[in-house]
Design a protein around this ligand. Structure first.
Ligand code: TTP
Ligand code: MG
Length: 406
């Protein structure tokens, strides 16, 4: 059956939240990321700032050189998280088939719901209007028969855009676009494709599948299908998420073991808490580290029995961390922990081990208290050293949380 899928992404999200709160910032080049004399990168640049060549990921010092008149703001994560929640709540009013992808981005399966609004176009206008009226933010919306085309369309329509690709036109819509517009094509893939003389999505779509597979392995097939506008991934509401992870970047690179462990403990508790909230247990735990030189590694361990216990996630994470620290001498810039291979909690044989069961009960109680009074209402002994750096929200400056990899 033909589907109607929307991809909705807020424009210059962090900056726009700041501009909505402080009208003096509107219409100006604004950067969220920090003071320009400090280490760090641009997290979000207003479209006025983009006119000067500024973009996310650019070092703040470069941004300042290109546009010294820009207003540089530190940013405040709890404001973005709150705006994100309100954004998702608005979207959920339009269709229950909502899949948040990051704080400011979601897919909505609108199939069948458009008739309420007259047309899919009018439904999208209504969504944009509510977001504008209630949050003071601009959303760009792409509409298509599948996720990948909807996403390309919303990106292309920015800012304040609305672009509908009619069913049957997926291929011809994508064909003239540069390959870099296709989700999943990063700098490296783009370079390889350029070497092969492929610069447009159209050219990519007529490459023999076998050639793409030989260059890109399993992802060659995904490339091949996306380039033709074929994508049968469903819009999956969060409960169907395949992994949960939390990560944090340190203000200063570190190799301090107790600090790393305390952070890991805190992140494990957040992951465990979300797992239990979703009624899931995990079979696989993954540690992520980014070193001072930006090399990023992940190390995974598969459990013999699925678990949703903070302690188990933390123990495995600690083991993986210890092993890694003996092999690599560089200081660490970012640490993250994630779980995947999720199953419904009820589906596992009853826990026989009573101490594990006690632990499970304790964590349920902690979850309840936290739900009522906020995450930092209870600090377990091992996260105490972190209280000073996460005073308000109990959260590091972690972007794209919750990270729901698919
Ligand atoms: P994006 O949607 O990629 O960027 P954006 O909303 O600022 O701009 P637009 O969508 O109009 O192109 O990311 C959403 C937010 O995520 C962004 O406002 C800040 C944060 N972010 C970072 O912190 N670092 C990054 O490298 C990126 C890409 C985003
Ligand atoms: Mg955005």
């Amino acid at each position: 059956m033909a589907r109607t899928i929307m991809h909705i992404d807020l424009d210059a999200f962090f900056v726009s939240v700041e501009q909505a709160l402080n009208p003096e910032l509107q219409g100006k080049p604004v950067v969220v990321g920090g003071r320009p004399d400090r280490r760090g990168v641009v997290a979000s640049a207003s479209y006025e700032a983009r006119g000067f060549g500024l973009h996310a990921g650019m070092p703040l010092t470069t941004a300042y050189r290109l546009c010294p008149q820009a207003i540089f703001i530190e940013g405040s994560f709890h404001r973005y998280r709150e705006a994100s929640q309100r954004f998702m709540t608005i979207l959920a009013d339009f269709s229950p088939y909502l899949e948040p992808v990051s704080l400011d981005e979601a897919y909505l399966d609108a199939t069948g719901f458009e008739s309420i609004y007259g047309s899919i176009h009018q439904m999208a206008v209504a969504i944009k209007q509510r977001i504008k009226n209630e949050l003071g933010l601009c959303a760009s919306i792409g509409i298509a028969s599948c996720k990948v085309v909807a996403k390309v369309a919303s990106e292309l329509s920015k800012p304040d855009g609305l672009l509908e690709v009619a069913g049957g036109n997926e291929r011809s819509f994508l064909a003239p676009l540069p390959v870099a517009k296709l989700p999943g094509i990063g700098k490296k893939t783009e370079q390889i494709l350029r070497g092969l003389g492929i610069n447009t999505i159209g050219k990519l779509s007529i490459m023999p599948l076998s050639a793409l597979k030989s260059h890109f392995g399993a992802s060659g097939e995904v490339l091949y299908r996306s380039a033709s506008g074929i994508d049968d991934r469903k819009v999956e509401p969060p409960s169907a998420a395949k992994s949960i992870s939390r990560e944090t970047t340190f203000g200063k690179d570190t190799r301090d073991h107790s600090w790393l462990r305390a952070t890991l403990r805190y992140l494990s508790e957040r992951v465990g808490s979300e797992l239990r909230q979703r009624g899931k247990q995990a079979r696989c735990v993954t540690l992520k580290l980014r070193y001072a030189d930006f090399t990023t590694i992940t190390r995974s361990h598969t459990l013999s029995q699925a678990s949703d216990a903070d302690q188990t996630i933390f123990d495995i994470g600690t083991k993986l961390l210890k092993r890694e620290l003996t092999q690599e001498r560089q200081p660490i810039r970012l640490i993250g922990i994630g779980v995947s291979n999720l199953i419904e909690s009820g589906k596992q044989l009853a826990l026989l081990d009573t101490s594990a069961r006690r632990l499970e009960q304790l964590e349920k109680v902690i979850d309840r208290i936290r739900k009522k009074y906020g995450f930092t209402a209870i600090q377990t002994g091992r996260t105490l050293p972190l209280k000073d750096i996460f005073p308000e929200t109990g959260e590091g400056y972690t972007l794209h949380t919750p990270s729901l990899s698919r």
